[in-house]
Design a protein around this ligand. Structure first.
Ligand SMILES: Cc1ncc(COP(=O)(O)O)c(C=O)c1O
Length: 366
């Protein structure tokens, strides 16, 4: 058995794509999802510290799943607050976005249903589809015509899975067009806003007022909010169905109240500090003005530079890292072979000098 594992690891190593865990690297952050710097924001940390000092039971373990001993007033209040903020009738909190997607797509569609996914959807949705008995069909990335041709051929209930801002490509879904298709074909549209939340207000569903056409939204709190966890925004029936039938919700110990409270504090902090996303968008602009070839959107905090040669990609990443710029090289199977890329994440706290210097290194290379 071990021989088989070792051979697979050796193959990855030879291809230059062996994954290893590295300690928190020191350098200039162009790779984390901490778009607004909230994960390290001292003011927010001090606020949270005061909450804990006044109420240390926030740090108590939850002692069980939410259906047994792990539910609390705090989590219910925070869910209510989140639903109101996003103008959905209800919300259900999870410990991570991965679990939220697992819950949605494994529990809602049954064996007669079809899940139609954008080919670039996050891995968590693929894994959820493997847990479901529903049929899975992929449509071409961001291609409403392809999606419609698939919808036309289906007879049962369809679920459509998209991200509003794609995590690997840094491009946006044609959200309004896909919402119109969902309405036309009576399909349930589910939008993952992991990378849009906090960067574009509360996300693009809220920004374009699409709540009536979007059956459920996943917002995650480990990225722009610098915290942890996720919420599914939906109506009361869907929430109750998930509480009753979604294994990833039912069979796991609830998080501590501190986690839920820090999410609420994050929302309040976002409201107080509109200059943070503004600064981020200025930085995106500075990077884009460097004219580095990318297919990412010009307003996306994620900028992908395609370098299909693994060794060349690694060399660029190492060259940047030697200059203390931390970036992320994305290899297959995370992305399709031939579309390997350097992924740059821009942040509100990056300085103009840092961006220009990093861009200079990339321009010398590509
Ligand atoms: C689009 C998308 N959805 C879901 C997730 C999972 O969220 P979490 O990190 O909270 O588990 C991620 C994180 O990588 C993501 O990029």
């Amino acid at each position: 058995m071990l021989k088989k594992f070792q051979e697979a690891l050796d193959r990855r190593k030879e291809a230059g794509i062996l994954r290893t865990l590295k300690p928190g690297l020191k350098g200039i952050d162009f790779y984390s999802n901490d778009y607004l710097g909230l994960s390290k924001n001292e003011e927010l940390q001090q606020q949270l510290l005061r909450c804990v000092q006044e109420n240390p039971v926030l740090l108590s373990g939850s002692s069980g799943s939410r259906l047994i001993s792990g539910n609390s007033m705090i989590v219910s209040e925070v869910e209510h607050y989140i639903a109101q903020q996003h103008q959905y009738s209800d919300a259900l909190l999870f410990y991570s976005g991965y679990n939220a997607n697992l819950a949605l797509f494994s529990a809602l569609p049954d064996r007669h249903d079809t899940i139609i996914i954008d080919e670039q959807i996050h891995r968590s949705v693929h894994d959820a589809c493997r847990m479901s008995y529903a049929k899975k069909i992929k449509f071409r990335h961001n291609d409403p015509e392809d999606l419609e041709s698939i919808l036309k051929r289906q007879t049962g209930t369809c679920y459509i899975a998209i991200e509003s801002l794609y995590s690997m490509d840094g491009d946006f879904a044609p959200l309004k067009g896909i919402a119109a298709l969902a309405r036309k074909y009576n399909a349930a549209l589910i939008v993952d806003e992991a990378h849009a939340f906090g960067v574009f207000g509360y996300g693009l569903v809220e920004k374009y007022n699409l709540q009536n056409d979007v059956f459920a939204v996943v917002v995650t709190y480990g990225k722009a909010l610098g915290a942890h966890g996720a919420a599914i925004l939906c109506n009361e029936t869907v929430k109750s169905y998930l509480v009753n039938f979604a294994s990833p919700f039912i069979y796991t110990t609830a998080a501590q109240d501190f986690i839920w409270l820090s999410i609420k504090a994050g929302y309040d902090f976002l409201k107080q500090r509109p200059e943070l996303p503004q600064k981020l968008h200025q930085n995106i602009n500075i990077f884009r003005n460097q004219n580095i070839k990318t297919s990412s959107s010009e307003i996306s905090p994620i900028q992908a530079i395609i370098i299909p040669d693994n060794h060349q990609l690694k060399a660029l990443q190492e060259k940047l890292s030697a200059r203390k710029f931390l970036t992320y090289a994305v290899y297959s199977p995370t992305v399709k072979t031939g579309t390997e890329r350097l992924r740059i994440c821009l942040h509100s706290f990056n300085t103009e000098e840092e961006i220009l210097e990093m861009a200079g290194v990339i321009k010398e290379f590509v």
